[in-house]
Design a protein around this ligand. Structure first.
Ligand SMILES: O=P(O)(O)OC[C@H]1O[C@H](O[C@H]2O[C@H](CO)[C@@H](O)[C@H](O)[C@H]2O)[C@H](O)[C@@H](O)[C@@H]1O
Length: 268
């Protein structure tokens, strides 16, 4: 589905009763265009404005990100909505200052921090190849986007992943990024289930661009299978890096953050 008509049809259950619909959005690559340096990501003002209008009409609007929840909130710059962060491990509810953390994940974070410190101390190649680190507390990220030779930098990062797995940690891949996580299962679907627990909605939509967003798709569909939701809409955001599974599993595909803005406008 990709025509205006099919977008209208797909959004019909969500638009039918905004008070009983959840609008859930990924951040990087969805609301915020992908940029070379993670620190430079931001949500363009026109998108932010329309998202504010959406959140006023749809009380259960939230962002679900691989970033730490507080960082996702800083990038989106809307304090009145909730944020699920670190791929489901954190939940920063609207108006709160501190996120709720998955306790097991938080407790295991020390192993990741020790691994990260060791890698940066012992592997001088990473800096030489311009691999960049991102500290997400319990998750250590290694980015190679924009490295002078991305293929060589990626190969070095593959070695970091192998060491992480040999040390009993979990290697997770995103768009030109490796994330080393504790061996405790978290995913965006479980984070969404936590966000929606006790929230009275009949339907939900999720918009995302990467492999981590497949967990959100699957999580929403599981809530439908359990009878917790009547329906779910999974929207994939296309780019030149779209994972094939995302194209396969999406109910609807839109082109880049500009396409996402059109979806948000259609919700109004
Ligand atoms: O779940 P998300 O909100 O989409 O977060 C996923 C990861 O996004 C960030 O990395 C990606 O975006 C960067 C900025 O555009 C880009 O430079 C990088 O190549 C992408 O992988 C973020 O840095 C990660 O921590 C998130 O997990």
């Amino acid at each position: 589905m990709s025509t205006a008509t099919s977008l209208e049809a797909a959004l019909e259950p969500i638009r039918a009763d905004p008070a009983r619909a959840a609008v859930l959005l990924d951040v990087d690559g969805t609301l915020a265009p992908i940029v070379r340096h993670a620190d430079d990501a931001h949500v363009p003002e026109p998108t932010r404005s329309v998202l504010i209008a959406v959140s006023r009409k749809y009380p259960v609007t939230a962002c679900v990100s691989g970033r730490r929840a507080a960082i996702a909130r800083r990038i989106v710059s809307i304090g009145s909505i909730s944020y699920v962060g670190n791929h489901g491990a954190e939940l920063l509810r609207a108006g709160r200052t501190e996120p709720e953390l998955d306790p097991e994940f938080a407790a295991a974070g020390e192993r990741v921090r020790a691994f990260r410190d060791e890698v940066w101390r012992d592997d001088a190649r990473l800096q030489r190849l311009r691999v960049r680190g991102e500290d997400k507390g319990e998750i250590a990220a290694f980015h190679w986007r924009g490295a002078p030779d991305e293929a060589v930098a990626e190969a070095a990062v593959q070695e970091v992943a192998a060491h992480a797995e040999a040390a009993g940690l979990v290697a997770h891949w995103g768009r030109k990024v490796l994330e080393v996580r504790p061996p405790v299962h978290v995913d965006k679907g479980a984070g969404i289930a936590r966000l929606l627990a006790g929230v009275d909605v009949d339907t939900a939509m999720y918009v995302g661009d990467d492999t981590t967003d497949l967990d959100a798709f699957r999580g929403l569909r599981a809530l439908v299978a359990q009878g917790r939701l009547e329906s779910a809409l999974c929207v994939g955001v296309r780019s030149d890096e779209t994972p094939p599974e995302l194209e396969r599993e999406a109910d609807l595909l839109v082109d880049g953050p500009a396409g996402v803005r059109s979806v948000l406008e259609a919700l109004l």
